[in-house]
Design a protein around this ligand. Sequence first.
Ligand code: SAM
Length: 220
Amino acid sequence: MSGEQFSDPFEVQRLAMVELQLRQRGIRDERVLNAMARVPRHLFVSSEKQSRAYEDQPLEIESGQTVSQPYIVAAMLQALELKESDRVLEIGTGSGYLTAILAELAAQVFTVERQVLLHQRAKERVEQLGYRNVVFTLGDGSQGFPEHAPYDAMIVSAAAPRIPQALRDQLADPGRLIIPVGSEDTQQLLLARKNQGMERVEVLDGCRFVPLIGSQGFPV
Ligand code: SAM
């Protein structure tokens, strides 16, 4: 479905990231590991940061935002248990790195970003890599993306004070949603499952994300 056309000088670093930072720390989902072995993370950061793209840390991107640490990306994806047939909603496109991984794992990806520069750059990168199953939009993702709802799965890469009601409403039944919830400084990852009209919320690890800014997130 995708892939770089040229030989990739970062392949060795990327495979080492998958083994040392992901597999050896308990990521067992082979689909997630394979997708992260394929997606060229260095193409989602500025050229000065490319040599650090496979380090065990978040990295700064445009507009004062970050591309998340590889391990937290993998842990969220493993918990979400995406199926090839899923329609997935991503809130907080950022660099487009996670968007590309989602495009590897699911049938269709819908992604919302509030910052115009990030939205444009991410769209360019993901399309240049050959992914054709992603719909990008600019807007307040705390309100979801109602035009294409319902979604089998949702992943939010920015921290909210609570699970936005709009996301709950746009989640399919059955459906899964993963989101960091807490204060602007520290949060817990929550995995919400909807099934036969009931919602069950599981508390996963502690984490620290940039805030979800919007009508159902934190104020600007
Ligand atoms: N997963 C992204 C990646 O792979 O680069 C990183 C996401 S970054 C941690 C969080 C993103 O959420 C930022 O790009 C930020 O602008 C965006 N964001 C914050 N509030 C938002 C909102 N209400 N709607 C959409 N995006 C939002």
